[in-house]
Ligand binder design. Structure first.
Ligand code: PEP
Length: 245
């Protein structure tokens, strides 16, 4: 299974910067051993999709609404992302769960909406610092997986310990190994053999210096990269650290 290196640009990038960043990623994307995805803000998806047209780099949104259309001021439907050129979407990022009160149930509805619109979802799960300190990390992630993934599920899971996002602190390789093995077990328990094929990304302060060891951990199917995805050279350095198979 090829690893997926996905960039979450969050709320960064006006049209000119985003286009330059996309062109930089495109310039180094040929011949890599991994799949590449960038998730810019809604407003520049179309520009980024145009800049990446015909390249191996896919484009995704960072969220979508659970419904197809209607009176939802400020929200964006999955079909709108598709229409703008996205083929993927991140759902259930911890910043959405925390800042917008998103529940597992809502995330699950968004996954269904994404699939109906032809988008591949990247579903984020991960424990807070307090939950890890009290030894609840696997229980929390187990509940998030059970609640957020519909059956069948055709997408990717991203394990992102909340305390490692944007903090410069990464989980140790051993913590990642333990959690990814647990997630794999849960996926197989819920989806049978199909659960073996679901890629499980690690996210949380991944950067060029730690990418090779994190991406080398068993059951790590790639990375979800925030800060380091805003520099094409760093994002590509992480992609070059991906392993095949
Ligand atoms: C993220 O927001 O998904 C993320 C992993 O951010 P960072 O790489 O900056 O920790």
């Amino acid at each position: 299974m090829r690893q997926l290196i996905a960039g979450n640009w969050k709320m960064n990038g006006l049209r000119a910067e985003a286009t330059t960043l996309a062109q930089g990623v495109r310039a180094g994307a040929a011949g890599l051993r991994c799949d590449l995805l960038v998730c810019p803000p809604f407003t520049v998806i179309e520009a980024v999709a145009r800049a990446l047209d015909g390249s191996p780099v896919a484009v995704g949104g960072q969220d979508c609404h659970a419904l197809h259309e209607g009176a939802h001021t400020g929200d964006v439907a999955a079909a709108m992302l598709r229409d703008a050129g996205a083929t993927w979407v991140i759902v259930g990022h911890s910043e959405r769960r925390q800042n917008h009160g998103e529940t597992d149930e809502l995330v699950r509805e968004k996954v269904l909406a994404a699939a109906a619109a032809g988008l591949t979802p990247v579903v984020c799960v991960g424990e807070t610092e307090d939950q890890r300190a009290s030894g609840q990390e696997t229980e929390v992630v187990g509940w998030q997986i059970a609640g957020s993934l519909p059956k069948p599920f055709a997408g990717v899971v991203a394990y992102e310990p909340v305390w490692a996002i944007g903090t410069g602190r990464t989980a140790t390789d051993q913590d990642v190994a333990t959690m990814h093995a647990f997630i794999r077990e849960e996926l197989v328990r819920q989806f049978g053999e199909a659960g073996q094929e679901i890629r499980i990304l690690y996210g949380g302060s991944m950067r060029p210096a730690n990418a090779a060891s994190l991406l080398g951990v068993p059951h790590v199917g790639g990375g979800l990269i925030g800060g380091a995805s805003l520099k094409a050279e760093d994002f590509l350095a992480i992609a070059r650290a991906a392993r095949e198979g």
